[in-house]
Design a protein around this ligand. Structure first.
Ligand code: GLN
Ligand code: ZN
Length: 761
């Protein structure tokens, strides 16, 4: 039985990668200095995995921005618009980051590639673009270099990890609809062959091909592509061991397909889908090794050794110990690095948790248990028992309150058309009202102020005055730019979920629990460990202050229950729907408090609604039912005149647009610009009933949108939606931008809205 790891966090123990990338972008450090940081992180990672006793250790799981973009570079899939950047630099790195972030320098103005959520996680990848007749070629040799580097450090062959060819194609999009991207498989495979050949020459034995699409509903064509692809690979490289890796769900109907592929090992996720073990064991051929994903790679709870042990024993009995590997369920990219750093955490809670390093130790422990170490099993059972019985988890009042929720709690007083009329009287907005999504640039000064206050280096009064001064500036700025609905700027918030996590009961915040969200943006998901409730106002004072400084309406700004749930590490001892309900009630209380404080517009952000969707369509409706219900529970306790906004971003929304409508927010601001307005297609067949602001520019790029571009965007929107329902706003919050960019972009935005008012009025 071997111990297998699929991927390790890549951001470094002190988040070095973030700092290094950002310094590189700001031209403070050289490519070589950035590479040195990367190399050091990799070296530390390999050492840690070796220490933890792993037999199969991944390489090429490291990435400077995104592992899907890495594949695009590997196979030379570089959209034509970046040709000028590659001509300018001979180095790969500038091109790579231009694709990820856009490029606006020396007269060039090139948009970034689209970004999409990685399955149902909060990690975002850069969407590959494909065109008809496309030919690939080996371009980036990163994987080879990392293999050599790793093997040197490990003293044995590392296991290179790449997104499998079929998943790579499925992750992307056709830039013109006249063909199917799976047609490109042959040309793509040529590059994989080149890579395999070189790896084999250099002594590589195992290659891990990640094919998470195998846990989703596949078309006949995709299934054929799988059979073809793996047959061809095997034909050419009979000596290389391919580990076909699936995760985030069960193989279900694709089980026969997966086990029919000529590979040496199959990895399955037994945390998300323990039930698939029987089905797989029943039909797995004798020459395939089974890698059991038993330690949760997506959550931070300590493994229940008895449960895992049972699964291992079951597999051992059926196919024998030699044909088994044990592993985390998926790459550990989705959990923080080391629980050992959390010296400030309540020890009772800490005892229940495990981060990446601890998870590898769990794999090792489970191995030892199989080999007869019952002591480890016994100790673990004690921890499991204390957790399930702990008074920290169970709050009787919360449980009683959720039971009382009935249909009256999830309905506004009147239907939308009635509310719209009342609200129009109340606010008297012009056509195409303009607003932003909530946050304004988080300058170094603001971040320092917050961390100084947190560490006790700044008294509350000083801190409060500091934040209020920022709010003053933000209000003045918005008056200058002439927006219609203001925000306070979210300067007091480090993160939209963490902020609420700090204030709600039943949730704890870690100090160093960072995970990558996209590129150099990392998040620190709160840990929901027990019943959730609210014991005091969370946002009222700041919003009230902002409102006192202007006659324009200021939006109260909250994070919605589904997003808090989705972006946290959630307790695994009750259904997610139950936890969502508890959070929704807490947010509902804050909504009421804002309304009582005279706030007339309240935005409840739900950017994560889409990513919570189960990977299999058959489970969608159940999820959507409780998710929509949770949002409505949070938002419907207000008067008709109070305008409820919500916001969503970075997903494909078209297939859930009905459910978005059912959320019944008065206004939704929604990302649409970075994905080239695909959202608008949804409104051709579906009459979206409420008001809506499809984002008019991409905020993840430093590029300034032109007035004409924004006008064109609004015009397009106006061709599919009633003019009086359209809002004008950026794609998302502006915290990652600087003030100069923000000012230029927003001025162009309000100019565009004004120009169009003249045309449409
Ligand atoms: N109100 C949040 C902000 O502006 C929304 C962020 C998001 O949608 N991800 O930052
Ligand atoms: Zn957003």
């Amino acid at each position: 039985m071997q111990k297998n790891n699929l991927g390790f966090p890549r951001i470094g123990i002190n988040r070095q990668l973030k700092k290094a990338c950002e310094q590189f972008w700001a031209e403070i450090i050289t490519p070589k200095e950035l590479h040195n940081v990367g190399s050091l992180i990799r070296t530390q990672n390999w050492a840690a995995q070796l220490d933890a006793g792993m037999d199969l250790i991944p390489c090429n799981d490291f990435s400077y921005y995104d592992h899907v973009l890495d594949v695009s570079l590997m196979v030379g899939n570089i959209p034509l618009r970046y040709a000028k950047v590659s001509a300018k630099y001979d180095a790969e790195l500038e091109l790579y980051f231009a694709m990820a972030r856009g490029y606006q320098e020396d007269g060039l103005d090139i948009k970034a590639m689209e970004m999409t959520k990685w399955f149902d996680t909060n990690y975002h990848y850069i969407t590959p673009e494909f065109y008809k007749g496309q030919k690939f070629r080996l371009f980036s040799r990163k994987i080879i270099k990392e293999f050599e580097e790793a093997s040197l450090i490990l003293g044995k062959a590392a296991k290179p990890v790449i997104v499998g060819p079929v998943s790579y194609l499925l992750l992307g999009k056709e830039i013109n609809a006249t063909f199917n991207r799976l047609e490109l498989l042959d040309s793509l495979l040529e590059v994989y062959y080149d890579v395999f050949r070189e790896l084999e020459d250099k002594g590589c034995q195992w290659i891990q091909l990640d094919e998470p699409f195998l846990v989703t509903d596949l078309t006949e064509q995709s299934k054929k592509a799988y059979s073809y692809c793996y047959k061809e690979l095997h034909k050419r490289f009979p000596e290389i061991n391919i580990m076909l890796t699936t995760y985030f769900g069960g193989l279900k109907d694709n089980t026969p397909l997966a086990i029919s592929l000529p590979v040496q090992a199959l990895h399955i996720d037994l945390v998300k889908a323990p039930e698939q073990l029987d089905a797989v064991l029943n039909i797995i051929p004798e020459d395939i090794i089974l890698s059991l994903g038993i330690v949760d790679g997506r959550n931070i709870w300590k493994n229940d050794y008895l449960k895992s042990f049972d699964l291992i024993v079951k597999a051992m009995k059926k196919i024998g110990e030699e044909r088994i590997m044990i592993a985390p369920s998926c790459s550990l990219l989705h959990v923080p690095l080391d629980l050992g750093l959390e010296t400030g955490l309540d020890l009772r809670l800490k005892m229940w948790m495990a981060f990446a390093k601890q998870k590898l130790k769990e794999v090792n422990d489970l191995y030892a248990i199989v080999k007869g170490n019952t002591e480890l099993l016994y100790k673990n059972q004690k921890v499991m028992q204390t957790r399930s019985q702990s008074a920290l988890i169970h709050d009787k009042l919360v449980k009683e309150r959720t039971e009382r929720v009935d249909e009256n709690y999830i309905k506004r007083k009147s239907i939308f058309s009635v509310r719209q009329e009342k609200q129009q009287k109340e606010f008297n907005f012009p056509l195409f009202p303009t607003t932003t999504i909530g946050s304004f640039p988080q300058t170094k000064k603001v971040r320092q102020m917050r961390s100084k206050f947190k560490n006790g280096g700044l008294a509350w009064d000083e801190y409060k005055n500091g934040i209020c001064a920022e709010i003053d500036d933000a209000i003045r700025f918005q008056e200058e730019v002439d927006l219609d609905v203001f925000v306070h700027g979210e300067f007091e918030r480090n993160d939209m979920v963490e902020y609420f996590g700090e204030k709600l009961n039943g949730i704890v915040i870690t100090n160093y629990g960072w995970v990558q969200s996209y590129g150099s943006r990392y998040v620190k998901p709160p840990v929901i460990f027990g019943d959730v409730s609210r014991s005091a106002d969370m946002t009222v004072q700041w919003i009230k202050y902002a409102q006192s400084k202007t006659n324009k309406p200021v939006k109260g700004m909250l994070t919605g229950p589904v997003t808090i749930l989705q972006w946290s590490f959630v307790r695994d001892d009750q259904p997610r729907s139950e936890t969502a309900l508890q959070i929704a009630l807490a947010i509902r209380d804050e909504v009421s408090a804002l309304e009582s404080a005279g706030i007339k517009i309240i935005q409840i952000d739900e950017p994560a609604i889409r990513e919570g969707l189960p990977l299999c369509k058959s489970e969608w409706q159940d999820y959507l039912n409780w998710a929509v219900r949770a949002f409505r529970l949070a938002s419907s306790g207000v008067n008709d005149e109070t305008q409820i906004h919500t916001h969503m971003c970075y997903s494909k929304f078209n297939d859930i647009i009905h459910s978005i409508a059912e959320m019944d927010a008065d206004v939704i601001t929604i990302e649409s610009s970075r994905s080239q307005l695909k959202l608008l297609d949804a409104f051709i067949d579906f009459k979206y009933p409420n008001e809506i602001g499809p984002g008019v520019y991409d905020i993840h790029s430093p590029r300034i949108p032109l007035v004409e571009e924004i006008e064109e965007h609004i015009q397009k929107t106006a061709s599919v939606l009633p003019v009086r329902n359209i809002w004008v706003n950026p794609d998302c919050g502006l915290k990652t931008r600087n003030w100069e960019e923000t000012s230029k972009a927003l001025r162009n935005m309000t100019d565009a809205a004004k120009n169009l008012r003249r045309i449409f009025q």
